[in-house]
Write a protein that binds this ligand. Structure first.
Ligand SMILES: [Zn+2]
Length: 147
């Protein structure tokens, strides 16, 4: 089985036993009108702790980058997972208008980048890729947090 097939195979995260406290924290912070780096770090630490995974440092700042094709938005970079030191960056401002990114989008980005972390630390994949299974794992993590 190659890395894509392996990445695609997992649609959930094993032993995803999130505490009531972590879920409550996630639910309340994403409903706030604004978020800060400390909020993101607190949520990330709580999730990593519940899943028995090494923690990752969250950097919240900077501006999203866009790629365009024929004048139309093609893709947006909302965050980055740095494989070498397991840090995560979540961009704070939108590329087009330079406005603060909405809290729910910020937390969605955090979960996306955490799933890259979990690909290495939980699923032990060789590389982390955007397979269909990867997106299912993000959806699974989010629905578990909101349950
Ligand atoms: Zn990604």
């Amino acid at each position: 089985m190659d890395n894509y097939e392996l990445s695609n195979k997992f649609e959930t995260l094993p032993n995803c036993n999130l505490s009531i406290k972590t879920k409550a924290l996630f639910k309340s912070l994403r409903e706030q009108p604004s978020v800060n780096q400390n909020n993101l770090q607190t949520v990330a630490d709580a999730i990593c702790s519940d899943l028995n995974v090494s923690k990752t440092r969250i950097i919240f700042g900077g501006t999203q980058s866009n790629t365009t094709q024929n004048g139309k938005l093609k893709s947006k970079t909302l965050g980055v997972y740095y494989v070498n030191n397991a840090n995560i960056r979540v961009f704070e401002f939108t590329a087009m208008k330079g406005k603060p990114v909405a809290p729910k989008t910020v937390f969605d980005t955090l979960l996306h980048e955490l799933c890259h972390h979990f690909d290495y630390k939980i699923l032990k994949l060789q590389t982390t890729i955007h397979s269909a299974g990867f997106y299912k794992r993000i959806g699974y993590l989010k629905s578990e947090l909101l349950s």
